[in-house]
Design a protein around this ligand. Structure first.
Ligand SMILES: [Zn+2]
Ligand SMILES: [Zn+2]
Length: 254
C-alpha cells in the first residue's frame, strides 16, 4: 500500500496545496487543492474519496475532480464521509446553485458521484485495504482515518483539536507506524484553536504523551506563513518524540 501526499498545507500561496493524499492509484483521502496535482488519467482512475469533513480546504476540489473524470468513467466515484458531511455537500455544494447535483447527473442510473456514510470505528475493506474512521473534534463534524495494509498502519487526523478518543484509538492500533497529525496554530492562538477545533504544539505534546506506542509523526495543516514558527514550537514542546514536518510529494509505503 502506498500513500502519496498531494497537499498538506492549511492554505494556498506559492507552492502550497491543501489537504489531499493519494492512496495507491484509486483512492483520495480528502480533496483539497492538492488534488489538482493529479494528471487527467490519474483523476479518471479515482474510484473512492474519503472525506474527513466538509470544509473547502478538504473537499473544495471534489466538484472539479468529478467533472474532469466523470465522462471518461463507467461508474460513479464513491464519496465516503460522515452523514453530516454528506448533508453539507448536498445542501451547500451540489445544490444546483454552486454546482449541479452530481448524484443525479448525467442520469440517476449512472451518476458521477455516489455517497456512502461512514461511522467512527466501522471498518471498510477495499481490496484488502482496511480504512476505519477515527474520532476527531473540530468546528464541524469530522473524522480522521486509520489505514491498515495488514503489514502496518498509517493514521491521519484530519482537522481536530485535542481529542482524547482519537489518541486512545491510536493506542489500540498494534501495527501503527505513521501518524499524520494537524497542527494549524501557534501556542499563542490556543483560544482560537479551541474554538476553531485545531491543534497547537502544546496540544500535540499532550496528545503524544497520551499515546502509548512509538510512531513516526508527521505534522500537516500548518497555517501559511507560520510554518517555521509552529514547527519550532513543536520542536520545543515535543522533545523526545519523533516529529517531522509533512511535505508535499512525500510517500509512505506500508
Ligand atoms: Zn476544517
Ligand atoms: Zn482544514
Amino acid at each position: 500500500m502506498k500513500i502519496k501526499v498531494l497537499g498538506c498545507s492549511a492554505g494556498i500561496g506559492d507552492s502550497r496545496r491543501t489537504s489531499c493524499c493519494l492512496l495507491d492509484a484509486d483512492i483520495l483521502l480528502d480533496v483539497g487543492t492538492g488534488a489538482g496535482e493529479l494528471s487527467l488519467e490519474g483523476l479518471i482512475g479515482i474510484n473512492h474519496v474519503f472525506l474527513t469533513h466538509a470544509h473547502l480546504d478538504h473537499a473544495g476540489l471534489l466538484p472539479l475532480v468529478a467533472d474532469a473524470a466523470g465522462r471518461f468513467r463507467d461508474r460513479p466515484v464513491i464519496v465516503h464521509a460522515l452523514a453530516e458531511t454528506v448533508a453539507a455537500l448536498r445542501e451547500c455544494m451540489f445544490n444546483w446553485r454552486l454546482w449541479p447535483d452530481y448524484a443525479a447527473l448525467p442520469s440517476l442510473e449512472r451518476p458521477f458521484l455516489r455517497y456512502e456514510a461512514v461511522e467512527v470505528g466501522a471498518t471498510l475493506s477495499l481490496g484488502g485495504r482496511k480504512i476505519t474512521p477515527l474520532p476527531a473534534r473540530h468546528a464541524v463534524p469530522a473524522v480522521g482515518y486509520w489505514i491498515d495494509s495488514g503489514q502496518a498502519s498509517l493514521a491521519l487526523s484530519g482537522d481536530t483539536t485535542l481529542c482524547e478518543e482519537f489518541w486512545d484509538a491510536l493506542s489500540r492500533i498494534e501495527n501503527l507506524k505513521y501518524l499524520l497529525i494537524e497542527t494549524a496554530f501557534l501556542n499563542a492562538d490556543a483560544a482560537l484553536a479551541a474554538v476553531a477545533g485545531h491543534m497547537t504544539a502544546d496540544l500535540l505534546a499532550a496528545g503524544l504523551s497520551r499515546l502509548r506506542r512509538p510512531v513516526e509523526v508527521y505534522v500537516t495543516h500548518l497555517e501559511p506563513g507560520w510554518e517555521d514558527r509552529i514547527m519550532a514550537e513543536i520542536g520545543a514542546a515535543c522533545a523526545g518524540f519523533d516529529v517531522r514536518r509533512l511535505r508535499q510529494g512525500m510517500e509512505f509505503e506500508f
